[in-house]
Design a protein around this ligand. Sequence first.
Ligand SMILES: [Zn+2]
Length: 240
Amino acid sequence: MWAPPKHVSRMLAEKHYLGPIDRGAAWVDEFGCIVITSPTSRRLPNQWLELARWCLLGTKNGGSRQWSAFARALRHARPDVTTIVSYSDPQQGHTGALYRACNWWWAPTWLRLRPPPTGNGAWAQGEQQSVKDRWIFPLTPDADRPALLRANDESILRRWPWAEYRKPGGVPFKRWREECARMPDQTQTTDECVWTPDSDGTYETSCDEAFVFTAGGPAENGARYCCYCGKSLKEIVRAE
Ligand SMILES: [Zn+2]
């Protein structure tokens, strides 16, 4: 049933790593509680809500049972709301399993899909873990959703066309995990971009571009920084 957020403060203080919240509306039942608020991101419209807390007490399948009851009640109470957005913190070990089990769609921001280049606004070493996963739950059709959720990074969408947000389903989370596992460097923030030549003299960069010099390699051409990601260029010298 619906309740003011005050109502679930104690449960959240005891059971949720983010603690209580004093905004929005709460839902509470035998499985735990949910608090929804207006979206914190200013890019998102008013017909969207944010899942600010989801606190389960540990009943088997309680999460999915609670979610279907909650979604039904929300559709009834707020027919104007098209979408619920939520952010999970990989740093807290959250892999979004519950979201996926409840038919949420993964809608990562470009920050999540790849580390930002060094320079202005870059993360310091180790900060990358604070980037969250974004999930959405579609309540009703919303024609604006794909444009709002598309990762804002043309180069990653060129490299990984499947990572473009689409309906239904959003971005395939599992596929992304597999790609990252195959390319461990891509998930780490380092200060260097490694350029590795193949036998034809084409350099593959660790930011996933390719470059051919007219003659010689990075050192002979005085290239000290990667022209794609801006990091210091580290050249791998082929043993001939
Ligand atoms: Zn690079």
